[in-house]
Design a protein around this ligand. Structure first.
Ligand code: NAD
Length: 471
């Protein structure tokens, strides 16, 4: 089986990869035919993508539930409706964003035209991650379509049901020559990355991000890398603790911590730690009941591999809440670890699961030092009402994004760039940036043969002289 649309099955680790070169080549020919250039075409495709999501809400929920045992509420809010809203926002502004820009002319260019054209790159490769398998595949694709590019989409093979559905529905709704889905795992991705693309948009781990960057170097292909990392939470004793606990736990346990911007660990004083744990016990009982395993609102760990990786962290500190596991159900209860030493494995790698360690620091200065001694995080969360301390942390740390007194919600603000810095990523998207990411701003100077202009500019021609330098 060749891994090219249309397909009826998702071939995971299929063998025949000989057609990737042909796939990219035929897509490039389509791009050069100019099919994706007219705005009307792009708008029609975006509308069709929106229709695909709207008409298949239930099917997408079922697939996401099969992959992650995720609730209808989270599936609709975080994936289906979220992605529909991204399309609506882009459709509302596309004409304005795609229009050539006319920057202000200086005296020197008074007789010229200066224009910035928003040129599509060509054939783009988009690779998604499994933790939000619909949103992370489709949201970048929206930007690529809006920009006038062709797309080869590779959904994550780990979230099989969602990959299968995307693979089945995209050809039914979108133009088959311009937008293609390729399914598969590491082998297919490795082969795919040998091809020449005009833009690569990757969401996944820092480890694979490096592989993508290396592959892209061969053709100097521009990349966006939306990666991961350990996103810290700093809480001081001026924060409203009841609200803080709810906002941190919500951000952590949504999708059972399998969120790239989930709060990874907490930095606070031992006093704040004790108060946090006391309040968290109450809130978690309210949210998930006496036995969280019976709650319909908690997802499961995506795979046995991740389950094994996560359960090893449970001995890395004192279990203050949770700690229950069930391998048959890939279940780990929402867990808080206290008095965790920074040298423990749980503090060395991205957790990506329902385990929340708390590390003691005495003040904002110590928190800054702790954060700066590690890789730059994707997100940083500060809970405090002391403006000086908030500013101190903001100005002395680096992270992809910051939220003060909440978690995750920056991703819903479509006027904010969403992305990492350092090992947490390269580039950003959402809203207008999703469009900007997928277009090359081509600066054009358009001159004429006007005699006045030619006379004024003739000093540039040889023979040069001291006198001409003063003109
Ligand atoms: P991953 O890096 O393991 O996999 C991502 C993709 O890379 C998959 O499609 C897979 O097929 C491919 N891949 C895996 N190994 C490969 C290899 N050796 N060579 C070539 N391709 C390979 O990531 P994941 O497990 O799907 O997702 C989890 C990670 O993604 C976490 O680190 C998380 O923080 C990050 N993430 C980031 C964002 C963001 O927006 N910044 C969003 C979601 C997830």
């Amino acid at each position: 089986a060749v891994l090219i649309q249309p397909m009826t099955e998702v071939p995971i680790n299929g063998k025949d990869m000989s057609n990737f070169a042909e796939l990219v080549q035929s897509t490039r020919e389509t791009f050069y035919s100019g099919k994706t250039r007219p705005l009307e075409f792009r708008i029609k495709q975006l509308q069709a993508l929106k229709q695909m999501l709207e008409e298949n809400r239930h099917e997408f929920h079922a697939a996401l539930n099969a992959d992650l045992r995720r609730s209808k509420f989270e599936n609709y809010v975080l994936e289906i409706d979220y992605t529909i809203n991204e399309i609506i926002h882009l459709l509302r502004h596309l004409k304005e964003w795609a229009a050539p820009e006319k920057p202000t002319r200086t005296f020197v260019n008074a007789l010229d035209e200066i224009v910035i054209y928003k040129e599509p790159y060509g054939v783009t490769l988009i690779m998604g991650a499994w933790n939000y398998p619909l949103q992370l595949a489709i949201a970048p694709m929206i930007g690529a379509i809006a920009g006038g590019n062709c797309v080869i989409l590779k959904p994550s093979e780990v979230s099989v049901a969602t990959a299968k559905l995307i693979n089945e529905l995209i050809p039914k709704y979108l133009d088959n020559e311009c937008y293609k889905v390729v399914c598969g795992g590491t082998n297919e991705t490795t082969e795919l990355l040998k091809q020449r693309f005009d833009y690569i948009f990757f969401t996944g781990s820092t480890t694979v991000g490096r592989i993508v960057r290396e592959a892209s170097n061969k053709f100097l292909t521009p990349v966006t890398l939306e990666l991961g990392g350990k996103s810290p939470v700093y809480i001081d004793n001026t924060a409203d603790l009841t609200v803080t606990v709810k906002r941190v736990l919500w951000g952590k346990f949504i999708n059972v911590g399998q969120t790239c911007i989930a709060p990874d660990y907490i930095l606070c004083t031992p006093e704040v730690q004790n108060a946090f744990v006391k309040e968290a016990k109450k809130i978690m009982k309210e949210w998930y009941g006496e036995n969280p395993q019976e709650s319909q609102d908690l997802c499961r760990i995506v795979s046995d591999k991740h389950y094994q990786r996560l359960t090893a962290f449970l001995s890395n500190g004192e279990v203050a809440i949770g700690g229950q596991v069930d391998p048959a159900d890939k279940y780990i209860s929402p867990t808080i670890l206290i008095n965790v030493r920074p040298s423990e494995p749980v503090m060395k790698e991205e957790i990506f699961g329902p385990i929340l360690p708390i590390v003691s620091v005495s003040n904002a200065y110590e928190a800054i030092k702790f954060i700066n001694e590690r890789e730059k995080p994707l997100a940083l969360y500060i809970f405090s009402t002391t403006l000086e301390d908030v500013n101190l942390i903001l100005q002395n740390t680096s992270s992809g994004n910051v939220v003060v007194n909440d978690t995750l919600l920056h991703m819903t603000v479509d006027t904010l760039p969403f992305g990492g810095v350092g090992l947490s990523g390269i580039g950003a998207y959402h809203g207008k940036l999703s469009f900007d990411t997928f277009v090359h701003p081509k600066g054009c100077l358009i001159k004429n043969f006007n005699i006045i202009g030619e006379t004024l500019a003739s000093a540039r021609y040889p023979p040069y002289s001291e006198k001409k330098l003063k003109v």
